[in-house]
Design a protein around this ligand. Structure first.
Ligand code: PMP
Length: 345
């Protein structure tokens, strides 16, 4: 029998529907796959692997390569299967029964879900003006783990500079700073300290969501704890090679970031001419709200036109909103055209 405390945890409340459409702008993927040379190089590496052997348990080469990118030490890097697994491992180690995590809605839904599956109590705050976190609220919550999603999903907004000093003020809490969309923002405030963990992903700026790679940057003591909790050999040999190839080809892979930012700004310009409100995004998606129509009806009408965006209207604090991922110029044009038709109808 399933533990009753888990009922509903995996019901899919936070998962986007998977329907077959021409234009998929629902889960904040990169619009472009890594360039051809990437798969070829990875294929060559695959041929050299001894697949009868377990992978390098400590993913040492990958951690060294990430450490070089980040200007940190390999012992300060933890790598996992997507940043979701990084978050889960953090919650397993630092959350759990009798512990609390602070998160402020609206934010990325997996934090609550992982809290549930790791039996961590959630102190759920609300964001304040312009959906920013409030220092006093965080302190008052007294939680062992504090999640800061910056830029925040699904609002696309950045936190104001100055918040990071809270980590030194609250040495007993672990501050998890999720930078999944950090590459699409300008000049984010750096967070450092013995109780700070920065979480990053290869899914967005590197365009590698299908390969499931993410990592954490933290002091060696924290990284050691994460390795003591995660399953042995969790990062398979092929994935380790994929990470190495990606880092070798970083300049080519992340050239998409500039394009996405330009397209995001154009998309927002287009939204200016439509009867919608939206929030100026520092990420690879835009949250918007139709002024005279129900978001759910707009979502369905877009699906009928073979365009899938995310219906965020049932998420906490997000009545009547939809979230659209920035796609290729063609995809964005199709989306805007369809949205214009739907809102006119
Ligand atoms: N953090 C945030 C804020 C996200 O939006 C996502 C995915 N959409 C993730 C983490 C997880 O990404 P992944 O597991 O693909 O690295």
């Amino acid at each position: 029998m399933i533990d009753p405390s888990l009922s509903g945890a995996t019901s899919g409340a936070y998962h986007s529907v998977q329907v077959s459409v021409d234009v998929r702008l629902n889960v904040n993927e990169s619009p472009l796959a890594p360039p051809g040379g990437f798969s070829e190089r990875l294929g060559e590496r695959l041929a050299t692997l001894s697949l009868n052997r377990y992978p390098d348990r400590g993913a040492r080469e990958v951690r060294a390569a990430i450490a070089r990118r980040e200007g940190r030490l390999p012992e300060e890097v933890f790598v996992a299967n997507g940043s979701n697994e990084v978050l889960q491992t953090l919650f397993l180690a630092y959350g759990g029964p009798d512990r609390k995590v602070y998160l402020a809605q609206p934010t990325y839904g997996m934090y609550s879900q992982i809290a549930k599956t790791t039996r961590t109590a959630v102190v759920e705050g609300r964001r304040r003006e312009n959906w920013r976190l409030d220092r006093g609220d965080i302190i008052e919550a007294g939680a062992e783990v504090v999640v800061i999603c910056d830029p925040n999903n699904p609002t696309g907004l950045e936190e104001l500079d100055g918040l990071s000093s809270i980590a030194a003020e609250r040495p007993g809490s672990l501050f998890v700073v999720d930078r999944a969309y950090g590459d699409f923002a300008e000049g984010l405030e750096p967070w450092r300290g013995p109780n700070v963990v920065e979480v990053k992903t290869f899914s967005k700026a590197f365009g590698m969501a299908g390969l499931r790679l993410g990592y954490a940057i933290a002091e060696p003591e924290v990284v050691e704890v994460l390795y003591s909790v995660v399953l042995p050999y969790h990062l398979d040999s092929l994935k380790q090679q994929a990470a190495l190839v990606a880092l070798e080809m970083e300049a080519e892979l992340s050239s998409v970031v500039g394009e996405v930012k330009r397209e995001r700004d154009l998309l927002m310009d287009e939204l200016d001419s439509l009867p919608v409100s939206y929030w100026r995004s520092s990420a690879n998606f835009v949250l918007f709200s139709p002024r005279n129509r129900q978001a759910r009806a707009v979502w369905s009408a877009l699906v009928e036109r073979s365009i899938l965006v995310r219906d965020s209207s049932t998420w906490p604090g997000l009545d009547n909103t939809l979230r659209v991922t920035v796609g290729t110029p063609e995809e964005n044009a199709l989306f805007i055209k369809a949205l214009r038709e739907v809102l006119a109808g």
